[in-house]
Design a protein. Structure first.
Length: 428
């Protein structure tokens, strides 16, 4: 955990104690609840967003280091306050249990964002994991490490040729691969972390939220958001979207509510205008998907030829990834509009020869990256259909030893241990 003048750890603990005791106060009321919400939001704003309003030359800039995992931490605290207010019986009675939930190391840095009701009942009944549980946990931890160190870290140098903070001038041969691999690198990096966190949780008897469900198999942008960063999506749905949908604001209609929801989603990441543009673009794309994309979906469903149906499905997935996901994701990754403009200009200035060079390089320069993407998608599809842990349990001891040896060999073969990048979402 990063610290601010040596006091940040103390402040995290103090905020947790404040939240625990305020919901148990004898005089607890709606006013107390609102005060607690305001306190937590102010804490998040002060340590994460105040720096945005300071000039670059301000001497205070060096004092404001964004704490690792602050957004995840505060959102978990807010979920507890709201749930305890809605259902007083859900209040955690034991301080030690609450602090263990608040500071559990497995998901502290980058989630998944969990509710106290999902974690504490299991956390207080921790028992030594049996072989099957340990195997399931190990497979997830191994797979998470593979996605992060073998997939994401091999893609990062390519992507950063376009998205490094100080980049505004680009070599044409670097533009397409960085643009196309950008979102997948974010996915491999972030989903790698969450798989590790889920695996660690399993060792402690916890069932953390599955954060990703093969998002790039989506046939529409609406489907993508049902598969991407689910713990945050569920949080936004339960505590922002549903309350707005039943309030007076609901008279404005669905899309203004979605605009508010995605703006909050964007600000959760950062208070930069580029994130807000990214969030509002999602609303526009969902609107177009609901009103125009429905005709494509209807046409697709009517296809009787299996081969043609699968071909159209592949084309739809490519369209969603390249046009509906990758282009908006430029705003997600850049530091300002100037850099975004430079990247868009570089993409639309590419000549036909640049595309020819890129497609040729997929089988040479970028062959490893293409292989790792295909391999990752295959394993994710396999995981969705097949329980490997159960299968290994039924096989001989030596077969399992061979399997783990091969898995370790595969990891060592592709892992990039030099210049490994940080977990992207630890900065949020």
């Amino acid at each position: 955990m990063l610290v601010l003048n040596g006091h940040l750890t103390f402040l995290f603990i103090a905020l947790s104690l404040f939240n625990f005791f305020i919901v148990h106060a004898k005089a607890y009321s709606k006013a107390f609840f609102h005060f607690a919400l305001l306190t937590n939001i102010t804490f998040l704003f002060f340590y994460k967003y105040l720096k945005v309003f300071l000039s670059e030359n301000s001497p205070l800039q060096s004092y404001f280091i964004i704490p690792i995992g602050i957004s995840f931490f505060v959102f978990q605290q807010l979920s507890y306050l709201i749930d305890a207010h809605r259902k007083p019986d859900s209040k955690v009675k034991h301080l030690g249990h609450y602090l263990t939930f608040a500071f559990f190391f497995g998901n502290f840095i980058s989630g998944p964002i969990e509710k106290a009701s999902n974690v504490i009942p299991r956390l207080v009944k921790i028992k030594f994991p049996d072989l099957k549980t340990a195997r399931t946990a190990w497979l997830l931890i191994y797979w998470g490490l593979f996605k992060k160190i073998a997939v994401a870290d091999n893609m990062a140098p390519i992507v950063l040729k376009l998205f490094a903070p100080d980049k505004n001038i680009f070599n044409s041969k670097d533009v397409l691969p960085a643009f196309l691999f950008n979102k997948y690198e974010i996915y491999a990096n972030f989903s790698g972390y969450t798989d590790i966190a889920i695996g660690v949780g399993i060792l402690f008897g916890l069932n953390f939220t599955q954060n990703f469900k093969r998002p790039f198999a989506s046939l529409s942008i609406k489907e993508f958001w049902k598969r991407w960063h689910l713990s945050l999506s569920y949080w936004i749905r339960d505590y922002i979207f549903f309350p707005l949908s039943t309030s007076r604001i609901s008279k404005l209609g669905l899309y203004p509510i979605l605009a508010i929801t995605f703006t909050i989603f964007a600000i959760w990441h950062d208070l930069r205008i580029t994130f807000i543009i990214y969030g509002l673009l999602q609303v526009l794309l969902i609107f177009l998907s609901s009103n125009i994309g429905i005709f494509v979906e209807s046409f697709h469903k009517k296809l009787n030829n299996r081969v043609l149906y699968e071909l159209v499905a592949v084309l739809r997935k490519l369209w969603v990834y390249i046009i509906l996901i990758s282009f908006p994701s430029i705003f997600f990754r850049v530091i300002n509009l100037k850099q975004a403009n430079a990247i868009f200009h570089s993409i639309f200035s590419l000549k036909s020869n640049d595309y020819f060079i890129f497609f040729n390089s997929l089988l040479s320069t970028y062959f490893l990256i293409v292989f790792l993407i295909i391999f990752t998608e295959f394993i994710e599809f396999f995981r969705e259909k097949f329980d490997l842990s159960n299968w290994l349990e039924k096989k001989s001891y030596w077969l399992e030893v061979v399997f783990h040896f091969c898995a370790l060999l595969l990891f060592i073969s592709f892992a990039k241990f030099n210049n490994s990048t940080s977990f992207i979402y630890s900065h949020y």
